[in-house]
Design a protein. Structure first.
Length: 308
């Protein structure tokens, strides 16, 4: 989150919910390629007097048993792990008792609050090689059959240019059937940050390579966009679908700058995005940390999409 002031009121966006029965679990995985990830950013707010009763504790309590039940699952953390400045004490006192319980199952990306402490050193110290190797703050891995890429949306100038060059090389050498990238600042968002165009070049490279998904946080809400290119043009055949999942527990903020091609929005509930990464498709489901707060007769966002 940046410095834009917004009222700390919870706003329910009706586009997220449609009338129907409660969301059932995904069917059991078939084959050997299915892999499940749980994603959210904007997590541990250290102003809370007791982390055991924080929003981060609620989302951690949601994710932890799901990870325990499924060895083929992991967490993608979308930046701003702690507030306000990503200090070592914040990771120790606020993040470790909540999402830190599954640090060894987490693949992170840094947010702007990590860099409020010079060099984001506590973040890199906390996650170690999982935050990148060889002095880089970006990396890639395979989860099931998917190529998963973590990028650093805080880089500028030559450092950012080097990241984009690395991304092109990485996509060329590992042409997986399905690709997911994640970073902190969304290219598209209806939240309180006007779309800055940050990471447009990364989105363009991913679109040209036929990538499926981009996940981001930064705005403290949930939003799903249609498949589109880096200039906001709908592309139903090869477009990249972006999710904003800034619902990790920090605090909710309202929608302000409503964007074209936004298909689902929710600014009332903490929760995580569950993604089933299949051999040639993906399924998504928003999991609220407090299901009892979901309006009666409504169903949180979910869907399925074949890979390009």
């Amino acid at each position: 989150m940046g410095a834009i002031a917004r009222p700390r009121r919870r706003v329910l966006a009706a586009l997220l919910f449609a009338a129907g029965a409660p969301v059932p679990a995904f069917p059991a995985a078939t084959g050997t390629e299915a892999y499940t990830v749980y994603a959210a950013g904007d997590i541990a707010r250290c102003k809370h007097p007791d982390p055991r009763w924080s929003g981060a504790a609620a989302t951690a309590a949601l994710v932890e048993p799901l990870l325990r039940a499924d060895p083929r699952s992991a967490v993608l953390s979308l930046g701003d792990h702690t507030y306000p400045v990503g200090a070592a004490s914040e990771f120790e006192k606020c993040y470790a008792p909540t999402w830190g319980r599954f640090r060894d199952r987490t693949w992170p990306t840094p947010g702007n609050h990590e860099y409020a402490t010079p060099g984001a050193k506590p973040y890199f110290a906390y996650f170690g090689e999982r935050a990148g190797r060889a002095g880089r703050s970006y990396y890639s891995l395979r989860l099931g059959s998917w190529h998963v890429i973590s990028l650093d949306s805080n880089l500028k100038g030559a450092a950012h240019a080097a990241q984009i060059a690395w991304l092109r090389t990485e996509l060329a050498k590992d042409p997986a059937p399905c690709t997911l990238a994640f970073w902190h600042h969304p290219l598209y968002s209806s939240g309180g940050h006007p779309p800055p165009g940050r990471m447009r070049d990364a989105y363009r490279v991913l679109h040209a390579a036929g990538a499926e998904l981009v996940l981001s946080g930064h705005d403290h809400d949930y939003e799903r966009f249609a498949r589109q290119d880096a200039d906001g043009r709908i592309d139903p055949e090869r477009g990249v679908r972006q999710f904003v999942v800034g619902t990790g527990g920090a605090y909710a903020t309202p929608f302000i700058f409503f964007q074209p091609n936004s298909e689902a929005r929710e600014a009332n509930l903490d929760g995580v995005l569950e993604l089933r990464l299949l051999a040639d498709a993906y399924e998504w489901r928003f999991l609220p940390a407090h299901p009892g707060r979901v309006p009666a007769g409504s169903t949180p966002d979910r869907g399925r999409q074949a890979c390009s």
